[in-house]
Design a protein around this ligand. Structure first.
Ligand code: SF4
Length: 476
């Protein structure tokens, strides 16, 4: 009780602050309730991911209320995945800490596993980018959104890997979530815009050393709590709430962390994930199947191969766990299809990501100083546009499902356009605040108005390029 009172005392005045701090304390005190909810989610996840994979494909007239496979499709891809992305903008990584079945399972496995230390190779900063890239491309090859066997393969495979990592590394920790989860990097960058976080009051931490008894805290995602400055790595589990009377759930401006990010703290791998992964790769992955140009390229390639060979490229004998293979649904990929899909997605990522990178570099050079670090920091200003782009892309499957339910969605394209435009405006506001703050901090020299305008113009062109890349998907 002593700690909880102290935590509330350090929160800013106001009913909202008091309620937030109290809720953080509630999370800490009711860890058993949280654990029960987590295991209920695990059971629901296991049923929805496992059972449909062994059922026949649903007939055309199947609906969510009379067919488990269609219900699971809605649950995973219509509701869960798009709205987990949205939740990062609102409550940070609360999904990870309070609900995620993989987090629950890997932590449970880690309690009874070998308890080994985390090796260096697992801490490599590029894993979030590599894991997201490979999972996104593989998901397209096996049609993860369409078929329950593919869903079991991708999500179930990830879950098995999470349990395996838990059984080997850490003691009651979430080593998988911290280093290898395919969406860890995406969630980490999106939650930088979260208006809620567990704030560490450094002065109170120091002042209360030895005065307030410390309750033992198991921070499962291995956050260095004392040095925590934002919700990027924190899973919002609340276990450290009130620690030393210095930690409380608090509100903040959703723009403050990115607008004030020092270039020295900007990470190159985060910038790559935002620019080439969440923007470039996502555009390619969501758009290829909707574009006439892809169909024309495929027809051209088929005609060429029929004339010149090699004929095996047109064979459709790949197993379902490598390329989509559902003859009963008249949906079968040839080896050529697989190669074209990978090439299309990678080329789109390079073109769109390359465009954005070039203008980030131009903006950073306008600012002067360490241009590479500045470019990395400016990449974070694109997080709203990258995150909303993911949401818009993911809205494709629920839209298709709703269409099959007989719903007409004439408002969908304008709604997507408005969302992307609003996100681009937020990204530009962040860029303005970041450049303005850098100018006022004046680390090297005060920025002249012309250099500031040049930097913001370059950022405008970068944002416009992303909007243009999403145009065909929005108005298909
Ligand atoms: S820092 Fe760790 S213990 Fe504290 S809320 Fe975040 S995840 Fe939980």
């Amino acid at each position: 009780m002593m700690q909880s009172t102290a935590a509330v005392a350090h929160a800013p005045a106001g009913a909202v602050s008091t309620c937030l701090a109290a809720f953080g304390e509630w999370l800490r005190r009711h860890s058993r309730v949280v654990a029960r909810v987590q295991w209920i989610v695990v059971v629901a996840y296991a049923v929805l991911i496992g059972v449909p994979a062994f059922l026949p494909l649903p007939p055309d007239e199947a609906r969510w209320f009379n067919n488990l496979t269609v219900f699971a499709q809605w649950a995973f891809w219509g509701v869960w995945w798009p709205f987990v992305i949205v939740s990062m903008f609102v409550v940070g990584r609360a999904w990870c800490g309070l609900f995620c079945p993989e987090g629950t399972l890997t932590e449970a496995a880690s309690r009874v596993g070998l308890g080994r230390g985390v090796p260096r190779w697992l801490k490599w900063g590029g894993w979030p980018f590599v894991a997201f890239t490979l999972t996104t491309i593989f998901g397209q090859l096996v049609s993860v959104y369409q078929y329950p066997a593919a869903t079991l393969l991708v999500l179930g495979g990830s879950t098995v890997a999470a349990i395996g990592v838990g059984l080997v590394y850490g003691r009651g920790k979430r080593v998988w979530c911290r280093h290898l989860c395919p969406v860890n990097g995406v969630f980490a960058v999106l939650s930088r815009t979260a208006p809620l976080h567990f704030r560490v009051d450094a002065a109170a931490w120091t002042a209360n050393a030895g005065r307030i008894p410390i309750h033992p805290v198991n921070c499962a995602p291995l956050v260095r709590i004392r040095r925590m400055t934002g919700p990027s790595e924190c899973h919002m589990c609340g276990r450290c709430s009130g620690l030393r009377g210095a930690i409380a759930l608090e509100a903040r401006s959703p723009s403050v962390e990115i607008a004030t990010l020092p270039p020295s703290l900007a990470r190159g791998w985060d910038a790559a994930l935002i620019v080439f992964g969440m923007i470039g790769l996502a555009v390619g992955a969501f758009e290829w199947s909707t574009l006439r140009a892809f169909g024309e390229l495929r027809a051209f390639a088929v005609a060429h191969i029929v004339d010149q060979g090699p004929a095996w490229l047109l064979a459709d004998n790949a197993p379902w766990w490598l390329l989509t293979h559902y003859p009963e649904a008249h949906d079968v990929f040839t080896w050529l299809d697989g190669a074209l899909i990978v090439a299309w997605i990678v080329a789109t990522a390079l073109i769109v990501g390359g465009w954005v990178s070039a203008w980030l570099a131009a903006a950073a050079r306008s600012i002067g100083g360490a241009w590479r670090a500045n470019a990395y920091a400016l990449a974070y200003t694109l997080i709203p546009l990258a995150g909303v782009g993911l949401f818009v892309g993911l809205s494709g499957l629920p839209a298709a499902l709703a269409h099959s339910e007989g719903l007409r969605l004439s408002w969908l394209a304008p709604a997507r356009a408005v969302l992307l435009a609003a996100a681009a405006a937020w990204s530009m506001y962040l860029a303005y605040r970041w450049v303005d703050g850098r100018s006022r901090r004046g680390e090297e020299e005060r920025l002249s108005p012309s250099r500031r305008i040049a930097a913001l113009l370059a950022m405008t062109i970068a944002n416009a390029g992303v909007l243009a890349a999403w145009y065909p998907y929005v108005f298909r």
